[in-house]
Design a protein around this ligand. Structure first.
Ligand code: FDP
Length: 279
């Protein structure tokens, strides 16, 4: 596992430089989700693939930017699902973006996740590893990731990050979000899953939601590359992650790009979601 973390650290340092200095424009390619790829999406994906190709314990990888799996080492044991540059639509307005990695053993299912890692490219570059616990690292001037602290979530937070097109929310979802704000929660939503979930984690708790809506009935966020890794992080930090009713890590996608409605938060807020969606 350490070799995988080291490959992710090398990738993160290279992607940080690409974000800072490369062309932020679009390419002519469209990815499997139908999004036009930025040149930076493609470059970040190539960087990660290059770094993972050096690690013998990785059997296969699947990227948000590619349709299928890429085999790496026949003797490898781990399968990695990753989103090389999540939230890349925020690049042109210079907001924070991230990379997300789920490290699976025995196929791409929530139950097979062994560790999760994400990187936030903000004013500083931070990296979070969730394995037995959740730890935060920060990139220093020498290009090293230095341990900062262990991350744990409070039982109840005070931030609310409600995603998706509000026009398409179900009435019960709207009622729940309104009630949460009426209880004094503060709005925090940048439109980048990585910085938005990172903020809730570091500020002690709250709720991030990306529900089913009339325009995206199965949600927008992808299980293998986005949802399972963050569900793992939140659970290991003492919080919880569900699709409304079911624990996210109990789900199994039938296709690498399958999506699901998702809710990540502290125990109190997730209990509230369960009560809302039980109706
Ligand atoms: P993006 O499309 O910019 O890549 O991964 C999808 C994502 O960003 C998440 O990072 C983010 O939380 C979400 O989409 C935002 O979607 P909405 O604009 O629909 O809220």
């Amino acid at each position: 596992m350490t070799e995988i973390y080291e490959a992710i650290k090398r990738s993160a340092a290279r992607i940080k430089d690409a974000i800072a200095f490369d062309d932020t424009g679009y390419s002519e390619n469209i990815n499997s989700t139908g999004d036009t790829q930025l040149k930076l999406d493609i470059k970040s994906d190539l960087i990660i693939e290059e770094e993972f190709a050096k690690v013998a314990c990785i059997k296969e990888i699947v990227s948000e930017e590619k349709e299928g799996k890429t085999p790496l080492h026949v003797e490898g044991i781990y399968s990695i699902g990753y989103d090389p540059l999540d939230g890349s639509s925020l690049i042109d307005v210079n907001l924070s973006v991230g990379s997300i990695f789920g490290i699976y053993e025995g196929g791409f299912a929530g139950a097979n996740l062994k560790a999760a890692v994400y990187v936030v490219y903000g004013p500083r570059v931070e990296l979070v590893i969730a394995h037995e616990n959740v730890t935060l690292y920060r990139l220093n001037q020498k290009g090293e990731f230095v341990f900062i602290k262990e991350i744990t979530l409070g039982v109840k937070g005070n931030l609310n990050a409600p995603g998706a097109t509000q026009m398409g929310w179900e009435p019960r979802h709207k009622a729940m979000i309104d009630a949460i704000f009426a209880d004094g929660y503060r709005l925090r939503y940048s439109g980048g899953m990585v910085p938005d979930l990172h903020q809730i984690l570091l500020k002690g708790g709250g709720l991030f939601s990306y529900p089913a809506t009339s325009d995206v009935p199965k949600g927008k966020l992808r299980m293998i590359f986005e949802v399972f890794p963050f569900a793992f992080v939140y659970e290991k930090a003492g919080g919880a992650a569900i699709n409304g009713k079911t624990r996210l890590l109990d789900l199994t996608p039938s296709h690498p790009h399958d999506t699901t409605p998702c809710f990540f938060g502290s125990q109190t807020e997730i209990e509230r979601v369960k009560q809302c969606y039980a109706k």
